[in-house]
Ligand binder design. Sequence first.
Ligand code: CO
Length: 290
Amino acid sequence: MSRILSLLLMCCLLMPLNAVAAEKAVTILAAFGTSDAEAEKALLAIGDAYKKNNQPIIWTYSSNIIRAKLAKEGRPVFSMSEALDKAASMGATNVLIQSLHVIPAEEFCKIERMVIENLIAKPGRFESVILGHSLLESGQDLQEVVDATFAAIPKERTAQEAVVLMGHGNNRGPGDLTLIAADNAFQKRDPLVHLASVEGVLTFNDVLPELVKAGVKRVWLMPFMIVAGDHAKNDMAGPEADSWASQIRAAGMEPISIVKGMGHNPAIQNIFLRHSANAADDLVTGKKNK
Ligand code: CO
């Protein structure tokens, strides 16, 4: 059983989600967040996929910077603690929280911590609180994500052309190893497909010489992120000299940027839905094992 689930179970009276009246169950979708209205559509697409669960949805963004920016613009989004307060005010007894992060790194650890803090500070409000994990946590997830990513590569890309995926990456929490495993999986399927990240161990500086060595003429750039926000638009595809596209061009290759977040991909949405269902199943299993 997952470490967070075991912690949360101590705080909660156990009851399976499917035994609960629908109006008392609430889903909290926890994304990193974005202040870009176009990029936000990738999150809304995931929200649409969750509507089939017939539970009210509450959004929370884990990024303090993005929440502060949106609040300034008159478009406030809840913190995790505020989202749990909202769920309580709606009379929710059973809360499913689903992380919409790619890997369980700093942002995921932050929402874990905020959930635990809220449940300790305000005990007894919910009968159950469960947390669905980030996109990549199992071998099955990895296979499905690799399949979904290859399917999203434009058909115009030829076998002689490279693809570089821009992940976020982070060296906090267990997520760093996850991206290394993902890069290995992409490389195994196609040695011209690389995963590099903005932070963490998989740097673009290591990938660029590989592209030159392989003698490719064209490089397709795609975000390995749920939303194609600031990193995808500027650090990946932007006109500045240090963007990945500019560095590829400066090395004599042609970059083609696909600025579209993975949240639009139904296969990716389905992995999150499966993680939510697994978290609900684990709650039942946990009750049996008690
Ligand atoms: Co960042």
